[in-house]
Design a binder for this molecule. Structure first.
Ligand code: PSV
Ligand code: MN
Ligand code: MN
Length: 426
């Protein structure tokens, strides 16, 4: 499924007058506030978010899965879908693979396909939360933390295999998310589990190529409901420090207990130079994996405010790896991803509008009211014309969801792939 440049051009033409009117109005208002509109638009164009290879089909819950027709049934088709997303949004310039769900059969062909869509290979993700076919040892009672050395060794070897696969594709980082933990009090010795995890991660770290990074993801609960070995940012941070300079904490928005101050976590990690990666989603209760910005857009803005501050003031922190980690249970996954990308860009644009100097001054004067005014003035600005401009400049769609619908892309995917085509993954 390929969108012709002319088709997109025609769709944009119909929306261009409205876009220009809104953009000029906003641009004038922002310029009057001494904002550099061109610089903001350029920053938005540069901001690229990886799409996980497991997010292109309909997800599900333990109660059922309602498939979405025309899903990609192999890695090539998944990359085609991301290419289409990128063509419309110009924000999805990378893919993050989950191994062994998406091991390429022909590396050269997959690399060529990705580069034909201008898609890079971002972090690779290992999977030690499921027993693979023909696996000798089980992860039922943990992987890197398992009391049994053979299971730990198998999990270490798998992670090193994933690094090899990623290396062949040009990835530069490995993300480790562990399901390890316990379901009942007394089931596991906390200290042993943590020590084993640290030792196993150090083994993986030793096998990383020189220019690679290790991202350690945390999550408070699920699938284990009594304890999780890497339960919070502090545990991840401690493990990253134990591994070395190339190991970092990865923040997934849904992996916090309700009302956790995530922006403060972000600030702390960036101050210490240890925020490596970021998974975007939204939630009401836990790891709900909902569309980014659909429930708590103001919290997302505050998090972006901390990220922008860190990117400007913390040279000790590398540029973070961005990824969407959401699940699409009832919406068309491609439309859902476009909505997520839009929400991310919106929060980023609003954070770029925050006058950091004035905020500093207001903080120094203990002028709490002005501090809030500065943040909320930025948040209340309708920045969507800036996003449209960034997309338009880069050859994308003024309105990606509308373009997707007007071009009847899902209908065409169903015609190409069939109604029963099912994507693999979470
Ligand atoms: C499970 O919670 C999870 O959603 C983690 O966020 C990982 O990043 C992802 O699965 C892929 O392993
Ligand atoms: Mn995640
Ligand atoms: Mn998750």
């Amino acid at each position: 499924m390929k969108i012709e440049v002319e088709q997109l051009g025609d769709l944009n033409k119909a929306k261009e007058a409205g876009h220009n009117k809104n953009f000029n109005f906003l641009s004038e208002a922002l310029t009057a506030q001494n904002k550099d509109v061109t610089a903001i638009v350029n920053s938005l164009a540069e901001f690229q978010v990886a799409i996980p290879s497991w997010a292109l089909g309909a997800g599900g819950t333990r109660f059922g899965r309602f498939g979405f027709q025309g899903e990609p049934s192999n890695l090539g088709q998944k990359i085609d879908d991301i290419g289409m997303l990128h063509q419309l949004t110009r924000t999805a310039g990378a893919v993050s693979l989950h191994i062994p769900w998406d091991v390429p059969e022909d590396y050269m062909a997959i690399k060529e396909l990705a580069s034909s869509h201008n898609i890079l290979f971002d972090a690779v993700n290992s999977n030690t939360f499921q027993d693979q076919a023909n696996a000798k040892h089980s992860y039922k009672f943990g992987s890197l933390s398992n009391i049994s050395k053979v299971s730990r060794d198998q999990a270490i070897a798998h992670n090193l295999d994933v690094v090899k696969i990623g290396d062949k594709l040009g990835s530069k980082s490995l993300t480790v998310w562990l399901a390890d933990g316990s379901n009942f009090p007394g089931q596991s010795n906390f200290q042993d589990a943590l020590q084993h995890t640290e030792d196993s991660l150090k083994e993986i770290y030793k096998g990383l190529p020189e220019d690679w990074k290790l991202f350690i993801e945390y999550k408070p609960y699920e699938p284990n409901f009594y304890s999780t070995v890497i339960q919070d940012w502090g545990t991840s941070f401690m493990l990253a420090n134990a591994c070395g300079d190339k190991a970092y904490t990865l923040v997934d928005l849904g992996h916090h207990l309700p009302n956790t101050n995530i922006e403060q976590i972000v600030s702390t990690l960036m101050l210490k130079g240890k925020l490596g990666g970021f998974h975007f989603n939204d939630s009401k209760y836990g790891d709900d994996d909902l569309t980014v910005g659909s429930v708590k857009p103001y919290a997302l803005f505050l998090i972006f405010n901390a990220l922008v501050y860190g990117m400007e003031n913390n040279p000790q922190n590398p540029y973070p790896a961005w990824m969407i980690d959401a699940s699409h249970n009832i919406k068309d996954p491609l439309e859902d991803l476009m909505q997520s990308l839009e929400a991310i860009q919106e929060a980023y644009a609003k954070a770029l509008l925050v006058d950091q100097t004035k905020l500093r001054d207001a903080q120094a004067n203990h002028d709490v009211v002005t501090c809030q005014e500065i943040l909320q003035n930025a948040y209340r600005t309708d920045v969507r014309p800036l996003l449209e401009k960034a997309r338009l400049n880069a050859g994308g769609a003024i309105n990606p969801v509308a373009a997707y619908r007007e071009l009847e892309i899902r209908k065409k995917l169903i015609q190409e792939r069939g109604a029963n085509s099912i994507a693999t993954g979470l």
